[in-house]
Design a protein around this ligand. Sequence first.
Ligand SMILES: NC(=O)C1=CN([C@@H]2O[C@H](COP(=O)(O)OP(=O)(O)OC[C@H]3O[C@@H](n4cnc5c(N)ncnc54)[C@H](OP(=O)(O)O)[C@@H]3O)[C@@H](O)[C@H]2O)C=CC1
Ligand SMILES: O=C1O[C@H](COP(=O)(O)O)[C@@H](O)[C@H](O)[C@H]1O
Length: 497
Amino acid sequence: MKQTETPAALTILFGATGDLAKRKLYPSLYRLYRKGHLSSGFAVIGTARREWDNDIFREHVKKSVMESTNIQDQIDEFISHFYYLPHDVSDSNSYAELRTLANELDSKYSLGGNRLFYLAMAPEFFGTIAEHLKLDGLTDTEGFGRLVIEKPFGHDLPSAQELNAQIRRSFDEKDIYRIDHYLGKEMVQNIETIRFANALFEPLWNSRYISNIQITSSETLGVEERGGYYETSGALKDMVQNHMLQMVALLAMEPPISLQDDDIRSEKVRAFRSMRPLTLETVNDYFVRGQYGPGDHVPGYREEINVDPDSNTETYVAGKVMFDNFRWAGVPFYIRTGKRMPLKSTKIVVQFKDIPMNLYYRPDDQEMEPNLLVIHIQPEEGITLHLNAKKSGRQLQTTPVKLSYANNGEDIMNTPEAYEKLIHDAMRGDSTNFTHWDEVALSWSFVDVIAEAWRNEKAAFPNYPAGTKGPKAADELLEKDGFFWWPLNMLDVDVCN
Ligand SMILES: NC(=O)C1=CN([C@@H]2O[C@H](COP(=O)(O)OP(=O)(O)OC[C@H]3O[C@@H](n4cnc5c(N)ncnc54)[C@H](OP(=O)(O)O)[C@@H]3O)[C@@H](O)[C@H]2O)C=CC1
Ligand SMILES: O=C1O[C@H](COP(=O)(O)O)[C@@H](O)[C@H](O)[C@H]1O
């Protein structure tokens, strides 16, 4: 049930000494606390194998907060709500101790038995922890028991099904909050508002007026120290199966009948179901892959730590998703994502069709540009509409103009970080921006065919130098349809309101 107030609750964090907790979760909890979004009845138990105590843990939490923000008021009061218990996730005795401490804190802070179990651990532990939580009585309280679970949710459809069956033995679907942190990003959440709150766009949002949609998420970093994980994942499973397809679904879905989580979700599921499935024979017509080689002062992927020197893992994917439904027949949704690109940027470009007959021209016989709606997800947040206007003083000559809205200044300072929003939502019982099992299953079945085709075929890697825009095949993918990728640096949002 969705609540506007954050109820008192105990958060039990598995993986409390890990990277995600340090970089994202503690700073997010602190921001929620400072903004008054955590009820005074809140407590956190951190668990991991390390033999820490409350003091070491509290110092760790404090340090992670201080590394992420200059503001530190009430920090000592904040960390006093944190408790630590050394814990081995596969040992039942550990859960008995955890239950005793959880019950004590329940009374001390009057938490009403509400519990959020946050699994910030390697995915192979998800099923075991979920089972122990039920078997060892941690879910047996008067209040709610919600499971927040990090990605990756399986590594293909069968493993995701197995994991799902395992956690469903302990938690109902309504109590499972599968994190996709892109769904916590301000401008990803804005996609629905832009579409459904503007008379200007919704009537045009279909194959009659839109020629193609391009979604790019590019990163400058390489795999860093995550080579071991990335070798089993690659860009397809790391980014496409979840973040990229979630953005595609938000752009393609039909208007929901209400903003309730179930209604939005069922429209997203319908969108996933109408994606044209690929076969082993058609994969290479729709998807291309790349792997970065050495660049300026940076190693190639195959030289990274924990990476096979002959690795066939892709660090770049570009693809075309088609929807075989009434609204989108014939409109390609192009997606691309890669590591070691020239810039860190996530943008959506909606390209409108040309007008049926053009009476105008641009100087020097340049072609008139199509209208574009650009949604800037990150690092800048905003919207730009590219239009054509009359060039001053020149009859019939046009010039491109941009109408921009940039979320900057005070707005962006106050924009909650993705994890902050998602933790807050989970505490309030709002599962709108979490991925439902049906979405996970459908996106795996779409991606599994691509993974299988690529597994069976050794690629000619590396095929793009680090710091460049990816393999040539990604450009060819659009060229054969008569399109091109809109250059990201040309689309910058103007910083004005
Ligand atoms: N880091 C990131 O930026 C992101 C991470 N994620 C996901 O979040 C999850 C956690 O990632 P991350 O924080 O990077 O991982 P880390 O490897 O940094 O942390 C893993 C945590 O698990 C604990 N742990 C490991 N084995 C056991 C065990 N047997 N019993 C109890 N605790 C154990 C470790 O502590 P100890 O060694 O003390 O036991 C540590 O606290 C993963 O699912 C990852 O895919 C998702 C998006 C981004
Ligand atoms: O989930 C992941 O996302 C990040 C990119 O996230 P962003 O918010 O910085 O765009 C990616 O680097 C990582 O490999 C992947 O696991």
